[in-house]
Design a binder for this molecule. Structure first.
Ligand code: AKG
Length: 267
């Protein structure tokens, strides 16, 4: 699966970049053919989501957060157990981390700039200081992300600052928001505390960005989960079962779609 298997030193370097900048980019990691099957399977899920709860507009106009079902093609160990991805993730949040989120962020034509935000509050707000990473987003797009279709913008290095200090540095021009273009197949490992925002998609095609959330072993995020079908359990590796251990096991993924519970997302 890995186009070129990364050495341990390369994984150290990627993890170091993420610790320094708040994110790192892994180029050409996932085969495009796999992502094209995701894109095809995702289109009807997006349509159904917009029809069902598009009026909520909780991510901003023309922008949708859609949870993916843990079944083919999305339940894909060649991605969520990819050795390069997990090598970086484990270096950042520990080997016994958990996988807790499988979803997408998609701006459409008509979307706008989001307010600059982080995806989580600090662990210890009363100290005014940040800690090592505890919550990561592994992001990869289902299309090429260009200047036109709404690249995420991130302010490098702000994950280790309080939000107030990060915003001050942005306002004073000491740091800047950088658009992050990505090609189909590229993967970003992102500390979700880095200040960032979504930008407008000015094209006619949706710009889906997958997010797989990984957390330190002691972190519980009630706003996200992966519903794991019981019938999939015998097919999961021991590592996958361990990574998924805090998620609900369900008898079926069918049934009425529930309104997305991950509504409050910006801190
Ligand atoms: O998908 C993106 O471009 C970023 C969206 C985002 O930051 C959010 O909705 O929290």
């Amino acid at each position: 699966m890995n186009h070129a298997r990364r050495t341990s030193a390369e994984l150290d370097e990627l993890a170091h970049a993420a610790q320094r900048d708040g994110f790192c980019l892994i180029k050409s990691l996932i085969p495009k053919s796999l992502l094209l099957s995701w894109r095809e399977a995702f289109a009807p899920l997006l349509d159904a989501h917009v029809a069902r709860e598009g009026h909520l507009k909780n991510r901003g106009p023309g922008r949708y957060y859609v949870t993916l079902p843990f079944k083919a093609p999305f339940a894909e160990p060649r991605i969520y157990e990819d050795e390069t991805i997990l090598g970086v993730v484990e270096r950042l949040i520990g080997a016994d981390m958990t996988m807790v989120q499988l979803a997408t962020d998609t701006p459409l034509l008509g979307s706008d700039y989001q307010d600059v935000h982080r995806d989580t509050p600090p662990l210890f707000p009363e100290t005014g200081r940040e800690t090592p990473a505890f919550q990561l987003a592994v992001n990869f797009p289902l299309v090429d992300v260009t200047a036109e279709n709404g690249p995420i913008e991130i302010a490098r290095g702000t994950h280790m600052l309080s939000k107030a200090e990060g915003m001050r540095r942005l306002e004073q021009g000491e740091v800047a928001l950088e658009p992050i273009p990505m090609e189909l197949g590229d993967v970003m490992v992102r500390d979700v505390r880095g200040l960032h925002r979504g930008t407008p998609n000015r094209s006619r095609e949706p710009r889906p960005m997958v997010v797989i959330g990984y957390s330190r072993r002691w972190l519980f995020r009630p706003e996200v989960s992966i519903r794991v079908p019981r019938e999939s359990l015998p097919h999961l590796s021991e590592r996958a079962k361990r990574m998924l251990r805090f998620n609900p096991i369900v008898e079926s993924l069918d049934g009425p779609d529930e309104t997305e519970v991950y509504q409050a997302f910006a801190y």
